[in-house]
Structure formats: structure tokens, C-alpha cells
Design a protein. Structure first.
Length: 170
């Protein structure tokens, strides 16, 4: 898994489940509440994911500015898997799993994709996404590509996007 911003969980653990319906025991243990959406793998349906992101952002205590960043980040994360010049999902569904925790929100977006698919990590969409969130990772496994993002609410004592970003492989 590639890490772009170095702020994942408290221990740097990955967030999200790799496949729909597979809960990660660590997520349940730390109090995160999963919300799962499966939408058709078409750009027109991403608005449903953005709407859920907005409602969950309110529950996470995001400010108006953080809410705008979060919703745009969710849109970009979905877009990375839907655009042919990025990952180009081959499946019919885009699976989105939100996890609301005490310090903010995490989202895993995944879809079936061509073998060897990966986001353009130096591209504009990826760079924009990295600037909007506190943690950004991607992985390809078992015929699926996933993007994991984390956004923390201000005031939780953890540096946000303005902090130092790290890049590397995990």
C-alpha cells in the first residue's frame, strides 16, 4: 500500500475493509461506525456518496471549510476509480465504506479493476486529493483497487493537511 500523507490511525494502521462486507476488527475495536454504500460505477451516482459524506461530516464535527474539503476529497477519491485515464474500474459497482471515529472520518472506495491498475500518483487528481485529507493510501489486491482517505476534525491535536506529508510504500 502506498502512503502519501502520514497521518492514518493512531498507530499508522490502514483504514477500511478491502472488500464489501468484510469488517476490520481493529476498526470495530476503536469505536468506528461503518456506513457502506454501493453505487453503480458511473459518475452521475457519486453525488449520493458526497451527500453521505456531508451528513457524516456534520457528525464528525467538521467546520464549514473542512466540510467543503471533505466533500471534494470524496468526489476525487471516487473519480480516481471511475476515470479511464486513472484506474478505469471494470466492475459495475463502486463500493464506499465510511468509518466515523472520535477524531474524524475515514473512507475506503474500491472497485474491480484491470490487473496492474493504479492511480496516477503524481497526477493532478491525486495531488488535489492529498492536499485535502490527512491520510491518503491506495492498494491493488484480489482484482480490486481501493483508495483510503482520512480527514480529522480541527482541534483534535493532530496536524492536518498543512503538516508534513510523507511518501513511501507500506
Amino acid at each position: 500500500m502506498e502512503r502519501v500523507s502520514g497521518v492514518g490511525g493512531e498507530d499508522g494502521a490502514s483504514t477500511g475493509a478491502s472488500r464489501r462486507g468484510e469488517a476490520d476488527d481493529a476498526d470495530d475495536a476503536d469505536g468506528r461506525v461503518p456506513v457502506t454504500l454501493s453505487i453503480p460505477a458511473e459518475r452521475d451516482y457519486v453525488v449520493l456518496v458526497r451527500s453521505a459524506a456531508g451528513h457524516l461530516g456534520v457528525r464528525a464535527g467538521f467546520s464549514m471549510a473542512e466540510m467543503g474539503d471533505w466533500r471534494l476529497a470524496v468526489d476525487e477519491a471516487c473519480g480516481l476509480l471511475l476515470l479511464p485515464d486513472e484506474v478505469d474500474a471494470t466492475g459495475e459497482e463502486l463500493d464506499c465504506v465510511f468509518r466515523l471515529g472520535p477524531a474524524g472520518l475515514a473512507l475506503t472506495v474500491s472497485a474491480e479493476a484491470r490487473p496492474g491498475s493504479k492511480p496516477q500518483v503524481g497526477g493532478f487528481g491525486w495531488s488535489l486529493l492529498a492536499a485535502l485529507v490527512d491520510d491518503l493510501q491506495w492498494a491493488e489486491e484480489q482484482g480490486r483497487v481501493r483508495v483510503d482517505i482520512v480527514k480529522r476534525a480541527a482541534g483534535d491535536g493532530v496536524p492536518g493537511p498543512g503538516g508534513t506529508a510523507r511518501a513511501g510504500m507500506r
